[in-house]
Design a protein around this ligand. Structure first.
Ligand code: FE
Length: 343
């Protein structure tokens, strides 16, 4: 290695496992910071390298750690591409100035407008839906209709959902603000919190498990968690997941809340052309199918087939609010949950 490592490793930021295996920034490579785990992306990157000859150097870490790292590294950052989850995180990265706008006919053609930043700072790569999930033996799905209706007396003490400090719920409330305004969303949150079965604890998977275990009757969670549990190697997890059904809310109006995983080219990318080629590769039919299925998500590109498990959950109408608004309304969403006493 002839290139000094100092540009790549900022003192104090070097975390275990956070190093590029190869560190040079010449032609023929692209440096990727990914909030996706290695097993959810690496085989695709290998395929990209095989097709194009462009080597991909991969760093994986949590979404917030990667954003912090990009901010600290500034123009010295070796990263060319950031892959992260949730439109809220993509918006934060844009606001933090660590991404740059790009234009690509392929990305514009293949990714629906709703799932792209209007200025080209990021694009969606997969879609996840956040429907209502219910205990099949205790809830008649015909008693369900919308997120709004979960504030009714009938659901008192029956709902499990994770804490308000998670971006998934923040984005869900942001989508509600986008369509109904802050006042209606505040009123909804105040009443919704009263129906919690317990103070929020754990992640989405824990809410699904709590429904299966009878601690609550309803959960709101991302579909891939249930789908992964249904395909788990752990028989107990599969049995639990089979007790839980998916209900698509708001099908008569705004649609179920959806979010994305996505990517952007970094503000100081040295391999910008390769970075764009990588993003274009990731929206090819084959890549879309693999990437979505690896984590039981939906492809963002129309016409690409879904996993069998997702097909089993049925088709749905998604909220058509632009993903950008999920980031723009993040701050009021957090305030609303605070005021509602949503821990
Ligand atoms: Fe998740």
């Amino acid at each position: 290695m002839s290139v000094s490592l100092s540009r790549f490793f900022i003192p104090g930021l070097l975390l275990a496992g956070l190093a590029f295996p190869v560190s040079a920034s010449a032609d023929g490579e692209v440096n990727l910071y990914s909030a996706r785990q290695e097993n959810l992306i690496k085989p695709l990157l290998d395929e990209f390298t095989q097709e194009t000859g462009i080597r991909v150097n991969l760093v994986t870490a949590r979404a917030d750690a990667l954003l912090q790292r990009l901010r600290s590294e500034g123009r010295n950052s070796p990263a060319d591409v950031l892959i992260t989850v949730d439109a809220g995180n993509l918006h934060s990265a844009k606001e933090a100035g660590v991404l740059q706008p790009i234009s690509s006919e392929i990305l514009t053609r293949d990714i629906p407008e709703t799932y792209r930043d209007p200025q080209g700072y990021w694009v969606g790569l997969s879609q996840r839906a956040r429907p209502i999930m219910y205990a099949k033996d205790r809830v008649d799905p015909s008693s369900l209709s919308s997120y709004e209706a979960l504030t009714g007396e009938a659901w008192r003490g029956r709902i499990c959902i994770r804490s308000s400090d998670n971006v998934y719920n923040q984005s869900m409330l942001a989508s509600m603000i986008a369509t109904q305004g802050e006042e209606a969303t505040q009123n909804w949150a105040n009443a919704f919190v009263k129906n919690f079965a317990r103070p929020p604890v754990g992640g989405d998977r824990d809410q699904i498990s709590a429904v299966a275990a009878g601690q609550c009757d309803i959960a709101i969670a991302n579909t891939y968690y249930l789908a992964l549990m249904l395909n788990s190697e752990d028989a107990a997890e599969r049995t639990a997941a089979e007790k839980v059904g998916v209900f698509w809310p708001n099908q008569a109006d705004r649609g179920v809340h959806v979010n994305i995983s996505g990517a952007g080219v970094t503000a100081h990318a040295r391999n910008k052309d390769n970075a764009i080629r990588l993003l274009e590769f990731l929206v090819s039919d084959q890549a879309q199918q693999w990437y979505a299925q690896a984590n039981q998500e939906y492809p963002v590109k129309p016409g690409v087939s879904w996993s069998e498990t997702l097909q089993g959950f049925g088709e749905y109408q998604a909220d058509s609010v632009n993903m950008t608004l999920l980031g723009e309304y993040n701050a009021p969403a957090v305030r609303i949950m605070d005021r509602a006493g949503w821990r």
